[in-house]
Design a protein around this ligand. Sequence first.
Ligand code: SIN
Ligand code: CO
Length: 398
Amino acid sequence: MHRDYTCLVTDWPGAYNAYMKKLSQALPLLGGITPEQFLSEYWHKKPLLIRQAIPGFAPLLDKDALFGLASQEDAESRLISFFKQHWEMKNGPFQQLPVKEKKDWTLLVQGVNLHHKEADALLRQFRFIPDARLDDLMISYAADGGGVGPHFDSYDVFLLQAHGQRRWKISAQKDLSLVEGMPLKVLRNFKPEQEFVLEPGDMLYLPPHYAHDGVAIGECMTYSIGFRSPSYQELGESFLHFMSDSIALPGRYADPDLKPAAHPAEISAAMLSDVSAQLAKIKFTDDDITIFLGEYLSEPKRNVIFNGPEKPLTPKRFSQAAGKNGVSLSLQTQMLYRGKHVFINGESFAVGKEDKIALLKLANDRYLDGDAVASASVDVQEALCTWYEDGWLQLNSK
Ligand code: SIN
Ligand code: CO
């Protein structure tokens, strides 16, 4: 296994077949339809209200734990209020929040899955959508009347009611013009077409650009399962940045046939055509795009901090322990692959057929059991040890 700059088919047929079978099953989470049906009929197309998508669902963390998270530097949070009919937005961390008795405010905490195992497990119930598209689990707490105002999102979203009730008004309207000068996106002419009150366990799916407004009826908590769809502009800019590290253009501009300049300020046609011929040598391949995309999509978010073990085991002790109990990816780790390329937290590796088996299993299952580690190559075991030291994965407990 070597750092990127070489596809072969993996074989974990048992797990793969079980997974494929699951995909063709009707899921209560999707209101009794299969992921395939959901994707072809609703995804990006129309809303879906699912009563009791998760029957008996209760919040995964209580209000105090959520507020605690909002006080941390490594969690992204926002406070949105509509006091005296005036929208205001503040960014966290927050040491203090309005009292519950005060109406019309809401706290939004992004990326809760990066901090809570149960939140991560909930997000991964939506893994019939690939990891490259799943973004995060955001939790909102709202006091009575709280919400973020009528708006639209550029991404698909599943809105799962976790606690209390929320009234959702939604509209397929084409007029998505916004009120100017607001600290957040508020629709100028929201014209609700449908209205539902969601109870704990109910879930509403909305496609991108679908106008919506959710208002808390009493205090409530809503979980948003969000998706990621980078703009082409963002991808293009990042790709050019990525390519700047890998282009090689030997030589330097020279003009042995230079003639005296009649117009000294003018850039000559000869200079322009020489530079243009040199720049035309910059080429990129499908492999470059693959490596770029994998690194880009697996790059940790800005505020992610990996905590390695305080007293890491020696590589030898790590291999013994991992060979016995196995390893699991950290909540913050994003591991993807394409062909011979494996990506983890913004780094890419080209791997051979044998190493791929263990690494693809780790990426798909997010853990390896002891036998899988013990039968992996020395290269893979060394990589696992480095990732353990960096806090990218942990040893499974016995
Ligand atoms: C919320 O949970 O209050 C906001 C979710 C959304 O409308 O996207
Ligand atoms: Co929204």
